[in-house]
Design a protein. Structure first.
Length: 688
């Protein structure tokens, strides 16, 4: 029975540059109540602009639909070397913005992120595709086999499905011609669950077995490759599995003689080093490897398969490891022929033949806890692995739980010496798709950081606060965690989260003189020698239509818009600056108002550490510029810095505006001891 999950993980919890908390970590802190931080009311938003993309070296003019898009100040795209700019429009339209994107000639095929910024904020991320196939727009008259739209290979059809119907395309093929038909939908943020079917152009009958749905490695997308024995005409049908459709159900149908890889191989490479990466999957045996440059800070990289002179196949993810990485060497089907595996270290392997069992030898130290894991779904492989640990005599000492996902367990060697890690397929399958990554890493201190929101706004010379919803301390680490803004020279800000604290707001400060528009940043977490980056996994999954294993390159990316000053601004000050345990103080609020911003300003707390309380609400009355909120502390509140964050909102011209100023940090101290009363001087009895 398969244990295939309905979800997967973005990365492994030890050994790789990207960290996600898995279930079963007994030393992780408990989950606090999530922070809810909505975007600013006037921030722009982008809806599903179908099939955003362009070819390398081309310039594309695009219209992005959405809301609050008037007064656009800039547009950003994550493709290295690309230029993006707003196209001036004499007629301001809050429902759309025109942009121009110019790609470098060497732009890598794949998926990137695009955002628009206005005077009031930055938009949500939308997928942008770089593809080296010539694009063809779908027509509306292709809803039957008799009215199929003619296309010529190679091409990529930019389409959209309607409910209860299929889209049909026809093309001429020659004898011996090999073509791949691949639908990108879920992987580019569409809710479409696609099926692709081939039909004979003359008889209109379905070609037996020329049907693809949920192709392994494609996260519900579809791909098939066929070599045509005779010349003729073929019909290509694209539809949703349950005949759904609508404005958001867009897709890209790639047609051409390009390779279709299921995964990379090896599955992981070392950070900071150039690496040669090949591919795994049906029909990938003749593919040349590609050379990747792996940055030190990369969470992962992508590799696109390509045959000489042909178009690129869709890229596959490659994990980036902090440890030595290797590739399995056969034969290793018995313990005596086990491949050596360094600790810490990782190896990419495959079940290439019937009954294939892989063995790896590790050196264990008595009492040193090791984390042993086999990754499959996390890298889009369909493999299911059982992992066992054997001693020198072949006795089983530990093994993975076949029902648990991910395949991960802990093993503590009972003595110094060599041990063997044995891997076998749970379902006895084998073949080009059945690959996996095995890692053995000492269980060391670690942290995982979760973010609430990926977009913020602040004026030049001002700032705001970035919400961190949870900092999980792992594998026994219980100390402080420094959280800082990792962006360009115009951005700064940091805060230290004391031991035991799990939520925070990080000051995000924008340098005076910064130009209006969007700026990218990440939230960096430092705990001793460990460096991690805040993750947005749930938010990215939503962006990509609920994709179980979203693209790694989007999981830690945030943006801030450098905006014009709001109609009002709020500054905070604490009185007194140090709060004694069990006592209180006041959070002084001072507002600067433009002439039109003379209404009530509502004040509401966003965040205070445990056992510190800000009054639930307050306000500055119409025209008032000064007010305060009461702050109280419990008698057993932890000592040290305590960031306090509030949100101020008002209406100006019938529109809602919100400001989140940078945190004010209170210093929690012990109560001052009462000074002893001074003794009164004795009276001189002789004096009268």
């Amino acid at each position: 029975m398969s244990r295939r999950p309905v979800w997967a993980f973005a990365a492994f919890a030890t050994g790789f540059g990207l960290l996600v908390v898995f279930g079963g970590n007994p030393t992780a802190t408990g989950q606090p109540k999530p922070l809810v931080v909505p975007p600013a009311p006037q921030a722009p938003s982008l809806t599903s602009a179908a099939n955003l993309g362009a070819k390398p070296g081309d310039t594309a003019e695009l219209t992005l639909p959405g809301g609050n898009l008037a007064d656009a100040t800039g547009v950003s795209i994550s493709c290295p070397g690309a230029k993006a700019e707003v196209v001036p429009d004499a007629k301001a339209d809050a429902g759309k913005v025109k942009v121009k994107v110019t790609l470098p000639a060497d732009a890598a095929v794949g998926l990137y992120g695009l955002r628009a910024a206005t005077k009031h904020g930055v938009s949500n991320l939308r997928p942008f595709v770089v593809d080296d196939l010539p694009a063809v727009a779908e027509t509306d008259a292709n809803r039957s086999k008799d009215t199929a739209q003619p296309v010529t290979a190679p091409c990529v059809v930019l389409g959209r499905t309607d409910a209860e119907v299929s889209d049909f395309f026809k093309l001429k093929v020659s004898a011996g011609q090999r073509l791949t038909f691949e639908v990108l939908a879920r992987r580019i943020g569409s809710p479409l669950d696609p099926i692709v079917v081939l039909h004979d152009g003359a008889t209109k009958r379905e070609l037996i077995d020329k049907y693809a749905d949920d192709t392994p490695g494609l996260q519900a997308d579809a791909r098939l490759t066929h070599t045509f024995p005779a010349a003729g005409e073929v019909l290509v049908e694209v539809r949703d599995t349950t005949y759904r459709g609508g404005a958001d159900f867009f897709y890209r149908l790639r047609i051409g003689d390009f390779p279709g890889a299921t995964t990379a191989f090896p599955l992981a490479v070392e950070r900071g080093k150039d690496a040669k990466v090949g591919f795994a999957g049906p029909g990938t045996e003749d593919l040349p490897p590609v050379t990747l440059k792996v940055p030190m800070t990369a969470a992962g990289v992508n590799a696109a398969p390509k045959r000489a002179g042909g178009p690129s196949g869709w890229p596959v993810p490659v994990m980036v490891s902090r440890n030595p990485e290797g590739v399995e060497a056969e034969p290793n089907n018995e313990p005596a022929k086990a491949n050596p595996l360094p600790v810490p270290g990782g190896v990419s392997a495959k079940f290439g033949s019937k009954g294939d069992t892989d063995h790896f030898k590790i050196a264990g130290k008595k009492g040193q806890k090791l984390v042993i894991a086999a990754l499959t779904y996390e890298v889009n492989a369909p493999t299911e692995v059982l992992v066992r640990v054997l001693d020198a005599k072949g006795a089983e000492l530990a093994k993975s739980n076949p029902a648990a996902v991910p395949t991960r367990f802990e093993f503590t060697p009972p003595a110094d010496g060599d041990y063997v890690v044995a891997c076998e397929h749970l379902n006895y399958l084998f073949g080009p798709n059945e690959v996996y990554h095995l890692s053995v890493v000492p269980a060391g201190p670690d942290v995982a950081v979760t973010l609430a929101l990926d977009r913020y706004e602040a004026p030049a010379g001002g700032g705001t606060a970035v919400a961190v919803t949870n900092v999980a301390r792992l594998n026994g680490y219980a100390g402080p965690v420094e959280l800082s803004i990792d962006g360009g020279p115009d951005l700064s800000g940091k805060v230290t989260l004391p031991a035991g604290a799990t939520q925070a707001f990080v000051p995000l400060l924008v340098k005076a003189g910064a130009k209006p528009g969007p700026l990218a940043f990440r939230v960096k977490a430092t705990a001793g020698d460990v460096v991690r980056y805040g993750q947005l996994t749930d938010l990215v999954k939503t962006t990509f239509g609920g994709m179980s294993n979203p693209p790694h390159e989007f999981l830690d990316g945030c943006a801030v818009a450098v905006v014009e000053k709001a109609p009002f601004a709020v500054a905070l000050k604490l009185d007194p600056a140090s709060l004694e345990k069990g006592k209180g103080g006041k959070l002084l609020v001072e507002a600067k108002r433009e002439k039109e911003a003379d209404g009530d300003i509502a004040l509401a707390p966003l965040f205070a550490p445990a056992k510190v309380t800000i009054a639930p609400k307050g306000s500055l009355a119409k025209g008032a510029t000064k007010g305060d909120l009461a702050v109280t502390t419990a008698a057993d509140v932890p000592l040290g810095p305590a960031p306090l964050v509030i949100r101020a909102t008002t209406k100006v011209g019938g529109k809602d505006y919100a400001v989140t100023p940078p945190p004010v940090v209170a210093d929690i101290v012990e109560p001052k001891k009462a000074e002893p009363k001074k003794a009164e001087p004795k009276k001189d009895k002789d004096k009268k």
